[in-house]
Design a protein around this ligand. Structure first.
Ligand code: FES
Length: 319
């Protein structure tokens, strides 16, 4: 994990679509920002221990700005509301250096980018990069309606505008996303990238699997998931210290470990980012995250302790 922190200032802020604020962050002294790759995100430190992650959606070739698009989600646990209320123009804020858990595949012959709602954000950075690489791609942007959707002007005026297709729920049936046609049958070198609400992503991923796409050709980034902490209690042993703790029903492994003084690095606390990944030495995890691939889950040798639980009565972790 890259622990480098950056101080940035909100240079520009504007509202787009329904409830989306677009923020341009830059170095307070106007210096170039660290380079980032398409698909990367930053952690924003909002005060009071509140840390949230947002994808960078600006052109990675522009070192002067990190652009974020943040949807105000009234059901959120405070993150997006704090961004909307606190991050006004001129405000300084601490962010992590960019980290990329959603990179473009280096060997792609063709890329299919599908963004649902605010899930368009990482796709924008990917489109800039693929265009600069002269690599074949198409970008599909799905939303409830044009009025609700951010970034439409940018997509219309971008150099890659001819690679963009929009699909709105309230417009003519012919423009709706015909997923089987877009996916076709899986071919060597064709990679799919999807980001959006969980139900939308599950639909795209299951259709891609039906079309023969292998798991390592389906790249995904969830931005919001429900964490389910239900299930019986179990024991967790921290092998390095030998400490043992009982995880109660409704409690996370993370919280139980904190109770015996074992601190694990965290960020999203939703099984999305991978920050809290620990190696499993013994026992069977009950994976509840959306970060590990199906193959990694089946291997049962890693666990995300912010959300996952145990199927066995005991888990021994390499911590
Ligand atoms: S903190 Fe993000 S996956 Fe656990």
């Amino acid at each position: 994990m890259n622990d480098q922190m950056l101080n940035v200032v909100v240079r520009k802020r504007h509202e787009q679509g329904a409830g989306v604020v677009v923020l341009d962050l830059s170095d307070p002294a106007g210096l170039p920002l660290p380079v980032f790759e398409a698909g990367a995100h930053v952690d924003i430190h909002l005060g009071g221990g509140l840390v949230r992650q947002y994808s960078l959606c600006s052109n990675p070739a522009d070192p002067q700005v990190y652009r974020l698009g943040v949807l105000k989600d009234p059901a959120s646990r405070g993150g997006s509301v704090a961004v909307h209320e606190q991050l006004l123009e001129g405000r300084e804020v601490q962010i992590s250096a960019p980290r990329n858990l959603f990179p473009l595949a280096a060997d792609a012959r063709r890329s299919i980018l599908i963004g649902g709602g605010i899930g368009i954000t990482p796709m924008l950075a990917m489109a800039y990069t693929l265009q600069a690489r002269d690599s074949e791609f198409e970008l599909h942007y799905c939303g409830r309606s044009r009025n609700h959707s951010a970034f439409l002007e940018e997509l219309k005026s971008a150099d890659f505008a001819n690679c963009v297709r929009t699909h709105f729920d309230d417009e003519a049936p012919e423009q709706k996303l015909d997923l089987p046609a877009v996916l076709g049958q899986a071919e060597q070198g064709v990679h799919l990238y999807v980001c959006g609400p969980a139900g939308f992503m599950d639909w795209v991923i299951s259709e891609a699997a039906k079309a023969g796409y292998s798991d390592d050709h389906i790249h995904r980034e969830y931005f919001q998931v429900e964490v389910d902490n239900s299930g019986a209690g179990f024991e967790v042993v921290a092998a390095r210290s030998g400490k043992s703790v009982q995880v109660a029903e409704g409690q996370t492994i993370l919280d139980a470990l904190a109770g015996v003084g074992i601190k694990i690095d965290i960020s999203c606390e939703q099984g999305v980012c991978g920050t809290c990944l620990c190696d499993v030495l013994e026992g069977e995890p009950d994976h509840r995250d959306v970060y590990l691939t199906d193959d990694e889950k089946a291997a049962n040798d890693q666990i995300l302790v912010c959300c996952s639980r145990a199927k066995s009565i005991k888990l021994v972790l390499d911590i």
